[in-house]
Structure formats: structure tokens, C-alpha cells
Design a protein around this ligand. Sequence first.
Ligand code: MLT
Ligand code: MN
Length: 310
Amino acid sequence: MLIRILGAAAGGGFPQWNCNGRNSAAARAGKPGFRPRTQCSLAVTANERDWVLFNASPDLRQQINETPALGAQADGPLRNSPIKAVVVTGADVDFIAGLLNLRELQPFSIYGSARVLETLAANSIFNVLDPSVVARRTLAFGQPASIEGAGCDTGLVVEAFPVPGKVALYLESTRADDNYGSREGDAIGLKVTDAASGQHFFFVPGCAVVDAELADRLKGAPLVFFDGTLYTDDEMIRQGLMQKTGQRMGHISISGPEGSIASFAPLGVKRKIYVHINNSNPVLDDNSPERQATEAAGWEVGVDGMEIRL
Ligand code: MLT
Ligand code: MN
């Protein structure tokens, strides 16, 4: 199985179009050590021919153009695509807006939780992906699903599980005491298995806390891509960017006693890679002390184009 990080940044990307904060300004100026990143997505193949995307970011067109294996193949028919399916982990703009780049009557399948597929059904713009051409398939929790699309079995099996998190920003209610209307299935994690080899990894790009259930699930895993949105819960407030904490947005922090470094420390995960990294996060500076602390704790900071073979 080959895994490629198409994008490692959180919503807005890095640099973010309207941001003149320290990181974005440095990345925009091309300062060494501040590598730009597109919005969070993985591409995975079990057979080096059929690809499955994990989330479809607003940067998908750019990501496809930068990844020859994902574009129309020269030896194929007039219209063809190696992208056979897209699995989405939430209805956030950065996870689903790229679906609109996949219009043009190209058959593939979309997999997501019932909650997320309801959101797609309720937004008529997604009807450009005619359901008679682009199948929508519900991922039921705890039931591994063979990922199929455009008449082929991709050889990948995905198991979805709910994780602590939040409903998409544009669907929030005003009720803080109800987690803004969030329900099970608004944020999910995925276990992705190569059916032939049995090799597997986890993809959890949005998560508010590593609770006992998630810790149990991830224990001893060979590879986890995990929510690296913020380094500290209040960093966006302290940098004067926005009046929201990470917890308010449904995102765990990297540092701190409840953070992901501390939460993963006892789990024995072999390889741990942060993705969905917000433009405020100091780990985006290759030379920051926070970056050094993160790597010293055994984590990698994801970057576009990174490939892993399992
Ligand atoms: C998030 O990850 O919390 C969302 O992408 C935020 C947003 O929609 O801007
Ligand atoms: Mn996001």
C-alpha cells in the first residue's frame, strides 16, 4: 500500500490567503524552513493503479496536477481517472469542497458517515456529482467496508469509528451546552487496511480529545495520521488571529497534559504523523523549539508530497 500526503495543512492552507501572521507571512515570502502546505488530504493505493482519496480539499485540483498518478492516464480512454473513490471524515469545508472539482461525469464513489452524507444531500450544489454516476455509500460504524468505485474493487478496506469532535462550522447551532449541535458521525476516524497484505494505518484528522476508546483502538498501531491543528489551545487568540480556542473548534492541541503528545505517549504507536496543521502552529517553522519538541517526542510533521509504503 502506498500513501501520499496530498495536503497537510488545516482549513485555509499554509499560507492562508488573508493571513499576515508570522508563519503565513514567512511562507509567503519564501523564507527557508516555512514550507507551504495545501489543505488536508491523503491519496492511497493498494495496487498502484486505483487510488482512493481521504478527504477532498478545496486544493484538490492543484493536488491532482502535482501528482501525475492521479491525473487522467495517457494510455487510457479520452476521459479517465485513477481516482475511484473518496472517503470523507467530516463535512467541514476543507474535507468536502474538493468534491466539486471531481464533476465532469466521471464515475467514482463517495463514502462517509450517515451524518455527512445527509449534509451532501441537503446541499444541492453537490448534485453536480449526479448520484447515478457518483455513488454515495454510507460507512456504518464498526463494519469494515471494501472500497469500490467505477466498477473496481480498490483492494482497500475502511472501518469508520466516531471520534470526539464537532459538527462543521457552517452547521453549528448556538448551543455551547450541546456542543453546537454536534452528533455522532460528525467527526470520524478511519482504519484503512490493504486487503491483500493486511497492513493498516489510521487517519484521524479532526479530534477533540484522545478518550479511552480511541486510545484503546490506536494502541500499538503501525502508523497514525493525526489532528495537528494547534500546538497550544489558545495560540490563535495569543497571536491575535481569531478569538477561538482549539477546544471550541473541536481540535486537541499537540502540547499540554491533555494534548496529543501526552495522550499518545503510552500507546506504543510506531509512526505518528501530524496533518491538518493550522497556519498558526509553530511546528510549521522547521527550526522552532516547538518543532524540535514535537520531533523529540517521536512525532513527524506532515508535509505535502510525503510518501509512505506499508
Ligand atoms: C476546522 O477544522 O475546525 C474547520 O475546518 C474550521 C473551518 O471550517 O474553518
Ligand atoms: Mn478543518
